[in-house]
Write a protein of this length. Structure first.
Lengths: 331, 249
């Protein structure tokens, strides 16, 4: 009798907990976009348990958390490129309620995007259009359409919000957008099939992955020169996602076909470790404290958690179908 | 020539990003085209004789001949020309691919299976985006011939941007550079073999099936993980040892 009473009390307490404590005990939630199951998996980083799955109504690809941590933005598109439909856009998830609260249009077939650090605007690549689209995140209104290369993909905003870089996979180019004037002020030719770009925290470097080139291109953002091209797995890697650690000392590159995470010393540009993760990791992100790196593994339908101090996989979390991108909210 | 048109439109788009002039396609007889002092020539002719005649005429003019149509092995062998580059896979590459598919085939390969440079059903490595672009532009599937023409124009535009020149000699020199490689939406970097100017590339074995033909095998198949892309792609077609090509000095 008494045992049953205790058990009931415990489940009451558990049921009540989420209402008062919307975020996890560590304050960290990991959001994973699932391209095939059209939803977002929410992981409590304290327990590595999936605590929610949020339907977003279309192929979910690029994903980022708002600078204040209250919203998650997800690029969604239909299965028909070349035509803009009601599903093509940015779904806006409210972190507290874990619901889609709005959807903004950003042109056809949005794939990746970046939110400027003050949270005011979002720049998305339109894969089938050869353009990037900027919108105002307060109103959802269109701000600018910029002509970039053919098959635009990776997007990143500089830490000071002044620059937005867009990679284009067919043109093998990076377009440099001045975010103050919303004009393309220059283009760089990089290695083959540039997939993603990330800035160093001090904004002096940009790192561009080249999937078919098998390299990481390092750009001096001041001179706009290519300062180095780093082979990933001897040039035979297929680098896609890239993230720089918050202290700027490490660059992490997810290599899809080889199923690895390359850990690169940002100062010497040496690859210091190649970590085997799940199958076809594309999206990669790092916690704000720099402690954990997460990869979204599209073919094993899971997320790998890599401890950045030991460079070992410390967790593998099953998520939805064909996970594409990953973003962290909270510390 | 739809592939060449898409290639020219896209290469022109890319060129304008760098302040370069776009890529213009000029059509006409070989004399008319060469009179315009063009850096490169491609053709819709598929006969070996026509390709050889064009290779010689274009070579004499100082331009490069881009063979995007003729599969004949002698064009890459005894009749090879230093100014001719072969984007179309050779007959031997296609035969090697079919042999490899038969050796590796868990299912028996139908007698009417064929090998080709491209298929409209390909999806991986951005093949889907290219197939979608072609279909959206022309309302037709992208054939192997269309891919060869598209890729030819794409690589010429890119070689010109990277070599910072529209001169035929500079482009030819760039294509022969050991480090020169290109992306054709096939997942591996593509480059020209030094011994016969043949493009290294994966080819696809296609078998008829209910509805539409299906890609059943990609050749060369995956081998030792440590092999470089060039080593893998050199498993089909002529090798440095087996080639009969001797470029005139």
């Amino acid at each position: 009798m008494s045992i049953r009473a205790v058990s009931l009390l415990a489940s009451c307490a558990l049921l009540a907990a989420p209402a008062h404590q919307p975020t996890s005990s560590s304050g960290r939630l990991v959001f994973v976009s699932n391209e095939a199951s059209h939803d977002v998996s929410v992981i409590d980083a304290a327990t590595n348990a999936v605590v929610a799955r949020i339907p977003v109504g279309g192929r979910a690809r690029g994903i980022h958390v708002s600078p204040d941590g209250s919203r998650v933005y997800v690029a969604t598109s239909d299965d028909k490129p070349q035509t803009e439909s009601s599903v093509d856009g940015i779904a806006i998830l409210d972190v507290a309620s874990k619901k889609v609260v709005a959807r903004y249009r950003v042109g056809s077939d949005p794939e990746q995007f970046a939110v400027v650090p003050d949270g005011s605007r979002l720049y998305a690549s339109n894969e089938d259009g050869g353009t990037a689209t900027a919108i105002d995140l307060k109103t959802g209104k269109h701000v600018a359409t910029l002509v970039v290369g053919i098959e635009p993909e990776g997007v990143a905003a500089s830490p000071d919000g002044r620059w937005v870089y867009v990679t284009s996979e067919t043109s093998n180019s990076v377009s440099l957008i001045d975010a103050r004037t919303n004009t393309v002020v220059g283009n760089l030719l990089v290695d083959l099939r540039p997939r993603a770009v990330a800035f160093s925290p001090d904004g002096t470097r940009a790192f561009v992955t080249a999937e078919v080139g098998g390299t990481l291109t390092v750009v001096d953002t001041k001179t706009r020169d290519i300062v180095s091209t780093v082979p990933i797995e001897g040039g035979e890697g297929k680098p896609v996602g890239v993230v720089v650690s918050p202290d700027g000392r490490r660059v992490y590159v997810a290599s899809g076909r080889t199923g690895t995470l390359s850990v690169i010393d940002a100062a010497t540009l040496e690859v210091i470790k190649t970590v085997a993760v799940g199958k076809r990791p594309w999206g990669v992100t790092i916690s704000r404290d720099g402690r954990y790196v997460y990869t979204a593994n599209g073919l094993s339908n899971d997320v790998s958690v890599v401890d950045a101090t030991t460079n070992r996989v410390v967790g593998t979390i099953k998520v939805g179908q064909r996970p594409w991108g990953v973003a962290v909210a909270g510390r | 020539m739809l592939g060449a048109r898409l290639g020219a439109e896209e290469a022109s788009h890319s060129a304008t990003l760098f302040g370069a002039a776009g890529v213009e396609l000029i059509t006409g007889s070989i004399d008319e085209v060469l009179a315009r002092n063009v850096p490169a020539v491609l053709t819709t002719e598929v006969s070996t004789d026509a390709c050889l005649r064009l290779a010689d005429a274009v070579g004499k003019s100082g331009a490069v001949f881009m063979n995007a149509t003729c599969a004949d092995d002698t064009l890459r062998g005894d009749n090879c020309r230093a100014s001719t580059f072969h984007v179309a896979p050779s007959r031997r590459m296609l035969a090697d691919a079919l042999d490899e598919a038969r050796r590796n085939g868990r299912m028996s390969l139908p007698a009417d299976a064929s090998a080709s440079a491209w298929d409209a059903s390909l999806e991986r490595f951005g093949a889907d985006t290219l197939n979608n672009r072609f279909r959206a532009r022309f309302n037709k599937p992208m054939t192997a011939d269309a891919w060869c023409a598209w890729f030819t124009v794409k690589l010429l535009g890119e070689a010109s941007l990277r070599a910072k020149s529209v001169d035929a000699r500079a482009i030819g020199t760039y294509l022969r550079r050991a480090s020169a490689q290109f992306d054709g939406h096939k997942g591996r970097p593509l480059s020209f073999r030094a011994w016969d100017n043949q493009l290294r590339q994966p080819v696809y074995v296609v078998a008829p099936s209910v509805g539409a033909p299906k890609v059943v095998f990609e050749s060369p198949g995956s081998t030792t993980p440590s092999a470089s892309s060039r080593e893998v792609l050199d498993k089909i077609g002529s090798t440095a040892a087996s080639t009969t090509c001797r470029f005139a000095p």
